[in-house]
Design a protein around this ligand. Structure first.
Ligand code: FES
Length: 105
């Protein structure tokens, strides 16, 4: 399966996050200090929509019960065994592509 176009790079400036649905899968995109990340968009606690939460200092904060996950690792702050899946990201011609067939980038 080829990577999916997820967003235009100018729509995701540093400190921002965006939701995307790729081939029926909810993901969240974020820009942490110029690095683009793509992670599972549903919280492993109770499937909260992470892209509707906050993004602060590289951490995705779930809107439902405030679990926090670092975008570099996908790890939950209080138990690193609980992780969001991470997906490889590539940038071509100002567009962000995500390979959802290859997780844990
Ligand atoms: S559903 Fe995300 S913290 Fe509970």
């Amino acid at each position: 399966m080829p990577p999916f176009r997820a967003a235009a790079l100018p729509d995701l400036p540093p400190g921002a996050m965006l939701p995307a649905v790729l081939n029926g899968r909810e993901i969240v995109l974020c820009n942490h200090n110029g690095s683009i990340h793509a992670l599972d968009g549903l919280c492993p606690h109770r499937n909260g929509p992470l892209a509707q939460g906050n993004f602060l200092d590289g951490r995705l904060i779930c809107p439902w019960h405030a679990w926090e996950f670092h975008c570099d690792t996908g790890c939950y702050d209080y138990n690193s065994a609980i992780q969001l899946q991470r997906f490889p990201v590539s940038i071509h011609d100002g567009e962000i592509y995500v390979d959802i067939a290859d997780n844990d980038a």
